[in-house]
Ligand binder design. Structure first.
Ligand SMILES: [Zn+2]
Length: 226
């Protein structure tokens, strides 16, 4: 008789153990009357003043670009001569790219690392804040002197002495972002801009890059310091 109860006890323990390891949903359901724990997301704090926060002047970008980058290219045919110092970048899981009219998709490796880091940190930050997944959009990359001449005819503010000549510098839109799920409701672009600004402010503080807030072009102008 005693033996029979021992067997029954072992069986009960086995069933209990089995229940606790299987059926995650039911095992972890909150008891009746107790509220399910709610996801806690980080707040969007943003930055107060974009122009003041991202105020690295062109000469600061240029000196980093000259130190870290390639010799400026006269035209696109010359890009082959700098091929071993440049990486061709393409849209991936971390960033989307506009079709580039006045630049070509090449960066020095450290600028490519920086761009990927920005895209990755942005996505991590969106997830931590409970916002849907988006990619940043690159709007301009490496310009040749010829590209700059063409651009200056259209845009009087386009400088003929730009960090974009060195493969160290790229622009990222703060107005447009690419949603991972185009069928889902669009996220508030202002919130996305604020989250991107937080990410950039932190990387700038860590001395990864110089950043200028470009009001007219609707982008952050970013040069690697890596
Ligand atoms: Zn730029």
């Amino acid at each position: 008789m005693v033996r029979k109860w021992v067997y029954a006890g072992v069986l009960a323990l086995a069933v209990a153990a089995c229940c606790s390891c299987g059926g995650r949903g039911t095992a972890e359901a909150a008891p009746a009357g107790v509220a399910e724990p709610r996801a806690v997301y980080n707040k969007i704090l943003g930055v107060r003043n974009f122009q003041r926060t991202f105020n690295d002047r062109n000469d600061v970008h240029l000196s980093a670009a000259v130190a870290k980058g390639i010799t400026p290219l006269g035209d696109r045919e010359e890009a082959a001569s700098a091929a071993e110092r440049l990486l061709r970048i393409a849209p991936n899981g971390y960033y989307a790219m506009d079709s580039l009219a006045h630049s070509i998709p090449y960066l020095v490796p450290s600028a490519s690392v920086l761009l990927t880091k920005i895209g990755g940190n942005f996505q991590d930050s969106l997830a931590a804040k409970g916002l849907p997944e988006h990619r940043i959009i690159v709007t301009s990359v490496l310009r040749t002197k010829r590209d700059a001449q063409r651009l200056s005819r259209r845009n009087v503010n386009a400088t003929l002495n730009s960090a974009h000549f060195y493969g160290t510098t790229f622009d990222v839109s703060y107005r447009r972002f690419e949603p991972a799920d185009t069928a889902a409701a669009a996220a508030d672009p202002w919130k996305l801009k604020m989250v991107l600004a937080e990410v950039l402010r932190d990387l700038r503080k860590k001395e990864w890059c110089y950043i200028k807030y470009e009001v007219k072009q609707g982008c952050f102008h970013i040069t690697t310091r890596l």
